[in-house]
Write a protein that binds this ligand. Structure first.
Ligand code: CAA
Ligand code: NAD
Length: 295
């Protein structure tokens, strides 16, 4: 544990729910804000299921699971996060949305509180500048699924103080994660390399290089990746990937970050991947079946 006691999490979608889970499991009193009770109910059910798997495997005593669940509080009111020592933001990848929340929280939280964004592609400086705590603002980039992926990128922007960076590093370790330091450049380390690969897999579908399952199978069996790129895209969320690609393309003006037209069409059709039940695969079927895309 660190000097941090109370953790706030903004957003409890795919990432926020995972971040809240690891924070509560690490012993922090954790308050999660999202926009509706329906969303928390889904997040809580996912967290319960994930913790149950760890209990089943003997990795977590049942009493610790129960204690973790007791430390988790859900709310729709931002002021409920005012006593938090660290707030991790994991709302939709949209600068204006994120900054509206940061501005509100800046006036509510104590002077020592650290603000940390889980953004995949936005510039940390653009969020820090919306607050009066640029020295206490960092990037804290987790990986999906948060309870299983060991890496966290800790991102120091031009205004982040050495103390904030060190406290955040220690906080990441206290969550059982392995932190690496990354510069405040769009995509940090992992997405700078991963996003062009994922977008190229969509371009391969567009060009008919191989079928969706064959492209996945090729990268799994040919390169030893745990998931094929199209399965991973469904897992990350096609809507989130589209936003990330737009942001990185705007930042770098390099074709490899440009969102492929097929990605845009799928997002417009509501095919956002696992979270909506359909993307490159249809998850209403067991096992999931490839979707006919008409390309
Ligand atoms: N909580 C607890 N346990 C879980 C779980 C969860 N959320 N999800 C899966 N598990 C368990 C499963 O029950 C399973 O247990 P058994 O071994 O007892 O069956 C075990 O973990 C392995 O799961 P699976 O058999 O379903 O699948 P797997 O062996 O392929 O492992 C995986 C799952 C760890 C997700 C693996 O497929 C993987 O590493 N995939 C790649 C993920 C990845 O690349 N993530 C990064 C995305 S990019 C990003 O996050 C950054 C960004 O900004 C977009
Ligand atoms: P998601 O769509 O699953 O969840 C976003 C959540 O934000 C939703 O539950 C939504 O209701 C909530 N939200 C929207 N407006 C809000 C508001 N005003 N207040 C509180 N909550 C609000 O998205 P996600 O995949 O969890 O991504 C969240 C962030 O994490 C994004 O910045 C994304 O780039 C980043 N990220 C995503 C992944 C991934 O694999 N999906 C990995 C690492 C980082």
């Amino acid at each position: 544990m660190t000097d941090i006691k109370r953790v706030g999490v903004l957003g409890c979608g795919l990432m926020g729910s995972g971040i809240a889970q690891v924070a509560a499991a690490a012993g922090y009193d954790t308050t999660v804000r999202d926009v509706s009770q329906q969303i928390w109910d889904k997040a809580r059910a996912g967290i319960e299921k994930s913790l149950a798997k760890f209990v089943e495997k003997g990795k977590l005593p049942a009493a610790d699971r129960d204690a973790a669940l007791k430390r988790l509080h859900f709310t729709t009111a931002t002021p409920d996060l005012k006593a938090c020592d660290v707030v991790v933001e994991a709302v939709t990848e949209d600068l204006e949305l994120k900054n509206a929340l940061w501005r509100e929280l800046d006036g509510l939280c104590g002077p020592a509180a650290i603000f940390a964004s889980n953004t995949s592609s936005l510039t940390i400086a653009a969020m820090a500048a919306a607050t009066k705590r640029g020295d206490r603002f960092v990037g804290l980039h987790f990986f999906n699924p948060v309870p299983l992926m060991p890496l966290v990128e800790v991102v120091r922007t031009v205004t982040t103080s050495a103390e904030t960076f060190e406290r955040t590093f220690a906080f990441a370790r206290s969550l059982g994660k392995e932190p690496v330091a990354a510069k405040d450049t769009s995509g940090f380390i992992v997405n700078l390399l991963l996003v062009p690969y994922l977008l190229d897999a969509i371009r391969a579908v567009e060009r008919g290089v191989g079928s969706v399952p064959d492209i996945d199978k090729a990268m799994q069996l040919g390169c030893g990746y745990p998931m094929g790129p199209l399965t991973l895209l469904d897992f990350v969320g096609l809507d989130t990937t589209y936003k990330i690609a737009e942001i990185m393309f705007t930042e770098y003006r390099e074709q490899r970050y440009a969102p492929p037209p097929l990605l845009k069409r799928m997002v417009l059709a509501g095919m956002t991947g696992r979270k909506s039940g359909k993307g490159f695969y249809d998850y209403s079927l067991d096992p999931p079946k490839v979707v006919a895309l008409g390309v």
